[in-house]
Write a protein that binds this ligand. Structure first.
Ligand code: NAI
Ligand code: MG
Length: 347
């Protein structure tokens, strides 16, 4: 029994999570596995009514009672500064120490790629982003704010433990893929924090003789992803570099509507979510593309012993894209529910 917590969130989050659940249930019938689910209402709506974001009881249940969390998106225009979204999303990532952010990026239809002469066989990478450290740790501040003398400072933090554990995951993933790993950094300019990543890579590489590990400066990597996307297999970066390169890579294969992700820490409850936000501009219109959420559910199944079901879902999504049986953001005319029914039917 696969125990899944559903955290739909705000905006189109509940719409796309309902779609993902329909597909998960169908996959269970076809491939013969069972799931149990529980909905968690940690939405902006609830926050506005009760002031609660992620109460301790919810956090403990998510941490202890489930194999995986399937999350929609958080963010609501009625909540200034999106305080609830930050507390829930960052709270889960930090408190569960979900240090691996994995974003697979695969081109399924040349039509969706803004590069010329690039087809489905040319672009298939996995971006592995460190999810807990770097310059996003919130260490810093402003001196004499809002004056002409204002000085602002943020600290970039890299730990050897943090680099080692992420690299281990990336090497193992590369071993299961095409055996290439590239660490992207700015070790030329950020000598200490990014130099540490290179040191860790150099020390670990001999343990994985089947993986060809290289380094690239992140600015060069950004250029080469556009000019030579075929070269990339597993791409590793710290929190900031991974953030930027993963959005660049997602744009090469069709953008937000197709980008799934996972945030994991081996041995702990794992989190799966579409990369996109809550898209308040299209809530309730039927225009929400459910594929990113459905592909996130496929990642979940692959991680929990159902690789055949995962592959079948991915193939069904790819076929929908190729047949233009998709929502308007991908050039189709179908609604969220119609796309969902098509994927479930294809299974
Ligand atoms: P967004 O990703 O929600 O939307 C950007 C644009 O893409 C919009 O035009 C939207 O309609 C479109 N879009 C996004 N997902 C789509 C989908 N599945 N199907 C069709 N079109 C889609 O980003 P935005 O507008 O910057 O943020 C909106 C809210 O979402 C904000 O409150 C923001 O903080 C939050 N957000 C939450 C994230 C999360 O929960 N992980 C990530 C990004 C933003
Ligand atoms: Mg980003």
């Amino acid at each position: 029994m696969l125990r899944i917590a559903l955290l739909p969130g705000d905006g189109i989050g509940p719409e796309v999570i309902a779609s993902a659940l329909t597909v998960l249930e169908r996959a269970g019938q076809v491939f013969g596995f069972q799931i149990s689910t529980r909905w968690f209402d940690n939405s902006a709506e609830r926050y506005l009514k009760t002031g609660e974001t992620l109460p301790d009881a919810d956090f403990r249940a998510l941490r202890d009672d489930f194999d995986a969390i399937l999350l929609g998106a958080f963010g609501d225009p009625r909540v200034p500064s999106n305080i609830h979204a930050k507390e829930i999303l960052l709270g889960l990532r930090q408190r569960l120490d979900l240090y691996v952010n994995l974003r697979p990026v695969k081109l399924v239809d040349a039509r969706l790629c803004p590069l010329k002469d690039v087809g489905p066989g040319d672009l298939d990478m996995a971006i592995v982003r460190e999810n807990t450290e770097s310059i996003y740790v919130g260490i810093g501040g402003s001196f004499k704010p809002d004056t002409d003398d204002e000085v602002a400072q943020n600290t970039m933090l890299t730990t050897r433990k943090g680099a080692d554990r992420l690299l281990k995951f990336a090497f193992e993933l590369a071993g299961q893929r095409r055996g290439r790993l590239v660490l992207c950094d700015k070790a030329n300019a950020i000598e200490s924090a990014h130099g540490l990543w290179r040191k860790a890579l150099k020390a670990m590489a001999p343990q994985y003789p089947n993986v060809k590990a290289t380094t690239l400066y992140a600015d060069v990597a950004a250029m080469r992803m556009v000019t030579h996307p075929q070269e990339f297999d597993v791409v590793v970066g710290d929190n900031m570099i991974g953030d930027i390169l993963s959005d660049l890579a997602a744009a090469l294969v069709g953008g937000l509507g197709l980008a799934p992700s996972s945030s994991t820490h081996p041995g702990r409850v794992a989190m799966y979510e579409p990369v996109h936000g809550s898209a308040p501009d299209i809530v309730g219109t039927g225009k929400a593309n459910p594929l990113a959420a459905i592909l996130s559910a496929a990642m979940l199944l692959r991680d929990f012993g159902q690789p055949a079901a995962a592959a079948a879902i991915e193939a069904a999504c790819a076929q929908s894209v190729v047949d233009r049986e998709v929502t308007p953001d991908l050039g189709g005319t179908l609604t969220t529910a119609q796309v969902t029914a098509r994927i479930a039917g294809a299974l």
